[in-house]
Structure formats: structure tokens, C-alpha cells
Design a protein around this ligand. Structure first.
Ligand code: NAD
Ligand code: LMR
Length: 331
């Protein structure tokens, strides 16, 4: 097994990255592997990364390899195994005189970033590189990046792990169980208010959470809106977009891809549809996934969806299609 892994993190001077970067080196995410890190920022703030690197050096991480920083993404991308694409503008801020309220407002601002980064990943990243897009709107940014890369052996994902963790948290409070008891917490569709967190297929003790709760009113009017709108609730409460929970979710996604998924469970991320569950091919859609023994990540294809679930999922697919149409000049 390769004992080194090269990881590129964009938006490395931002909020999420400050929580994320040290934990890539702590031996939990990549186990015993030595982690070589390249931190990427825009030219205006790249110098701040000198301070981040100083702190990493001062932290005595046993698994830290070569750490560098740059504003040149192409240089950063060379032979990288993992790309954590965090760099982009969050909502909740004022941009060119307009308060950015919805993730879809970010499409025009952030979409372009992923053309150049996608091209560089395709050209310089490892042929089996894994890419996790965190920057919003994550699914459509990943669509742009994947299309621009032109390489089908690389895995492009958009992050829905945070939504899955939020859903597990709400369920564990409702049922008075530990969060680790909640399995198969699938997020279907887009990382947006149209996402469909699937209570019916989630399990506690091998039983459907939907069956245990037995309260569709709670599912529809409390559970779904709480999870779907949690990003906004955090922004309203904190005055800034979720950061430490987003970093944890990014780490959990990497960990989920680095080791085989346990039988009877799955993890959540959005990947390119190959027509699975009748989603138009190419859309980057939230699916139940599992990592196989050989390290490949597969969509789990035998999950049954109720009519209720199908109707909710359809709304999210329609939104992904409209986002795709809005960026067709970038595809
Ligand atoms: P932030 O503003 O604190 O940091 C973003 C950083 O990205 C900034 O330092 C900025 O200079 C940098 N950046 C911008 N363009 C770049 C580029 N082209 N290359 C490299 N770096 C670039 O924001 P944050 O709180 O860290 O959030 C980052 C993104 O993550 C936002 O888009 C936010 O909406 C998104 N987010 C996603 C999820 C999710 O679940 N998918 C959760 C939380 C936040
Ligand atoms: C989140 O879900 O917290 C992020 O996508 C940030 C946001 O804008 O909601």
C-alpha cells in the first residue's frame, strides 16, 4: 500500500479550512500514511498561508509530510491523490453590494472557479484522484469541474455528508439513541433546501427510522425542514456559514472513501449519475454510496423509495437540472 498521500486543499485561509487542515494530519483521516499537503489560495490572501504552515509545523504532527502553499492551482495539482475544493464564496456575506441569501445566488460567482480547477485536475492529478467539492453550490460546481477535467477515472463528489450528519443528529435526539446507532442516512439530490434526507430507509437497530417514529407529520413538517434549512439556521445564529461541522463532514467523507464500507451501511455524497434511480445522466446527485475493497466507490442500487420519497427526490432532481441549465456556458 502507498504510504504517502498528496492532498490539495483550496480556500486554505478560510473558515472551514482552519478546522479541516490540521485534522488531515492527525492520523485519523489517513491512518499511518504520511500526508503531503498543498494549500491553495487566491493571490490576495495567499501569504496568510505562511502562518497556517507555521502552526502546522508547531503542532508536531507525526504524519505530516511536505507542506507547501501556492496561488498556482496547476502547480498544486501535480500527482495529487485528493482534492478538497473548499475555496469559494459562502452565502451570508455581502458581495458586490448584494447580500448572498441562497446557495443558488452563488452559482454565478463560484461556478467559474471550477472550470480552471477541473482542467488542471484532469491534466495533472493522479488518474485515480478523488475530488470532494465543498464550495457551494457544491453539486453544480462539481458538475462543472468534472466536465472540465475530461477524465472519467477520477472520482468527483459534492459534499452531502454534513446533511447526513445533521439528519442523524435530529434522529438521535428524537429517538434518544446514540448518533452512531443511526445507519444508512441517505441524502438524495442536491445539497440545498430541496435535498431529501431519507427517514424511511435510515435504520436504527436494523429497523426503519420511519417505522419507529411512525409520525409522517413530524417527518414532513419538522424533520425535513430542519435538515434542509440547517445551513441557513447556522448562518443566522453564527453570522457565518457553518465551518467546524463542514470540516468534520469533509473529513468523514474522506475516511468513508479510504476504507471499505461496513456491510449494511452506506455513506452520503453526490456523484455523477449514470442513470441510477432515473436521474438524468451526468447530474451530480446525492446517492447512497459504498466503498469497495479495491477502493472504488459505487452507488448502492437496490434502495426502495416510497411514492412520498420519489416526489420529494423529483423536486431536487428538477433543481439540479435547472442549475445545470444555468451554467451550460461553462459545461
Ligand atoms: P471562507 O470565506 O471563510 O473561505 C473561503 C476561502 O476560499 C477564502 O479564503 C477565499 O480567499 C478562498 N477562495 C476563493 N476563491 C478561491 C479560488 N479560486 N482558489 C482558492 N481559494 C479560493 O468560506 P468557508 O466558510 O470556508 O466556506 C467555503 C465554501 O464552503 C462556501 O462556498 C460555503 O458555502 C461552502 N460550504 C459548503 C458546505 C457543504 O456542506 N457542502 C458546508 C459549509 C460551507
Ligand atoms: C451548509 O449547509 O451549512 C452550507 O452549505 C452553507 C450554507 O450556505 O448553507
Amino acid at each position: 500500500m502507498n504510504s504517502r498521500v498528496k492532498v490539495v486543499v483550496t480556500g486554505a485561509a478560510g473558515q472551514i479550512a482552519y478546522s479541516l487542515i490540521p485534522r488531515l494530519l492527525d492520523g485519523k483521516t489517513f491512518g499511518d500514511k504520511t500526508v503531503d499537503l498543498v494549500l491553495v489560495e487566491i493571490p490576495q490572501v495567499v501569504d496568510k498561508l505562511e502562518g497556517v504552515v507555521m502552526e502546522l509545523e508547531d503542532s508536531s504532527f507525526e504524519h505530516m509530510g511536505v507542506v507547501s502553499y501556492t496561488d498556482n492551482f496547476e502547480e498544486a495539482a501535480r500527482d495529487a491523490d485528493w482534492f478538497l475544493l473548499v475555496g469559494s464564496i459562502p452565502r451570508g456575506i455581502v458581495y458586490e453590494g448584494k447580500k448572498i441569501e441562497e446557495r443558488s445566488d452563488l452559482l454565478k460567482i463560484n461556478g467559474g472557479i471550477f472550470v480552471a480547477q477541473g482542467e488542471a485536475i484532469g491534466k495533472y492529478g493522479k488518474a485515480n484522484a478523488k475530488v470532494l467539492v465543498v464550495g457551494n453550490p457544491a453539486n453544480t460546481n462539481a458538475l462543472i469541474g468534472k466536465k472540465s477535467s475530461g477524465v472519467n477515472t477520477q472520482l468527483w463528489m459534492a459534499m452531502t455528508m454534513l446533511d447526513s450528519s445533521r439528519a442523524k443528529s435530529v434522529i438521535s435526539k428524537k429517538l434518544g439513541c446514540s448518533i452512531v446507532d443511526v445507519k444508512k442516512m441517505i441524502i438524495w439530490g442536491n445539497h440545498s433546501p430541496t435535498m431529501y434526507p431519507d427517514v424511511e430507509n435510515a435504520q436504527v437497530g436494523n429497523k426503519s427510522v420511519g417505522v419507529i417514529v411512525d409520525d409522517m407529520d413530524w417527518v414532513e413538517n419538522e424533520f425535513l425542514p430542519t435538515v434542509q434549512q440547517r445551513g441557513k439556521a447556522v448562518i443566522d445564529a453564527r453570522g457565518a456559514s457553518s465551518a467546524t461541522s463542514a470540516a468534520k463532514a469533509a473529513l468523514d467523507t474522506v475516511i468513508a472513501c479510504e476504507k471499505p464500507t461496513k456491510a449494511g451501511d452506506c455513506f452520503s455524497a453526490a456523484v455523477a449519475s449514470d442513470g441510477a434511480y432515473d436521474v438524468p445522466e451526468g447530474l451530480i446527485c446525492g446517492y447512497p454510496l459504498m466503498t469497495m475493497e479495491d477502493g472504488s466507490v459505487e452507488i448502492i442500487r437496490d434502495i426502495a423509495l416510497s411514492e412520498f420519497a420519489k416526489s420529494k427526490f423529483a423536486l431536487s432532481i428538477a433543481e439540479l437540472e435547472s442549475e445545470r441549465d444555468a451554467v451550460k456556458h461553462l459545461l
